[in-house]
Design a protein around this ligand. Sequence first.
Ligand SMILES: Cc1cc2nc3c(=O)[nH]c(=O)nc-3n(C[C@H](O)[C@H](O)[C@H](O)COP(=O)(O)O)c2cc1C
Length: 362
Amino acid sequence: MSGNTFGTLFRITTWGESHGYAVGVVVDGCPAGLQLSAEDVQKELDRRRPGQSRASTARQEADRVEMLSGIFEGRTTGMPISMLVWNKDADSSAYDALRDKPRPGHADFTYQMKYGLRDHRGGGRASARETVGRVAAGAIAKKILILEGIHIAGYVIELGGIKADIKSSDISELSVKAESNPVRCPDLGAAKNMLQHLDEVRQEKDSLGGIVAIIAEGVPPGLGEPVFDKLDADLAKALMSIGSVKAVEIGAGLHSAKMLGSEMNDSLKIKEGKIEFESNNAGGILGGISTGAPIVCKIAVKPTPSIAKRQRTVDIVSLEPAEIEIMGRHDPAIPPRIVPVAEAMMALVLADHLLRQRAARL
Ligand SMILES: Cc1cc2nc3c(=O)[nH]c(=O)nc-3n(C[C@H](O)[C@H](O)[C@H](O)COP(=O)(O)O)c2cc1C
């Protein structure tokens, strides 16, 4: 019922609120024997951490992970792995005035309607702070995938309508370039324009949205469970479950609606004795099962809902109209920050299906 758990064999439960004591995750179902250190997890959490550039919020969260269970002498034991990050830089005062005034574009109104009460500080459970648990668990999933030669990369391909021109198909090169700039865009010229546009919009007390690509290479054919746990269905759920994601595309995605069958179908060929596809409009998935081609997903991320501009809302106690200006510290654009979170969600789905595939046939 509660919706805090994700995955079938590689299963995670995240917990914690933005301004509570801590946030964390319990990973159950990680096989024994995986070499794992706090540094493996910390590396990914550092990529998620806000306050590192002018493309993200100034909130300074040290976000040091503490690993409480499931590891012995540097290797997983097969027992639940519990990880925790303390909330140290939470400033709740900015939220006092918003207690009875739901912020437009946020989950305030829906949480209030559903539960009849809510932890209003920093968005509570709906806050992006919850993604700490996803990224920590995703770091473990990534380690499992790397053992199988599966690599994941994410980067921003559009911000505020400015499109990146991506020429390379080498995902490690694209990833290195993306990580070299604050907007995480591998086209460095476009990145500069995005950053400038972001500065202008921020001065107008507004925010931007964009599109992020997440790609997995080295995925063997055969991952995905017909019919309800298809790989594309699980990826769509995983990516859509991230706050601010409004659309998920796989392969040709929305554009496929405009294509002819002869254009859309990826013809098969033999290359050096192996079966391959001439194109990848399917985004690496057919019938919900991986083809062996790269898995290509794109997500549309909405503009940050917390903006300093004056907005209309209502007071839920007096039922009078009200206006708010959101002060706090916020990301002027979410796409750069969502990259490690989206990679983590893809890693969780692939690790889960990799383990499930091992039970699929004798
Ligand atoms: C990594 C990440 C960072 C985010 N940062 C902010 C932020 O600084 N300010 C904000 O208002 N929303 C931020 N959000 C988005 C809100 O959490 C989200 O829009 C809100 O909870 C409503 O959910 P919905 O957009 O999915 O409907 C962020 C989301 C993610 C995934």
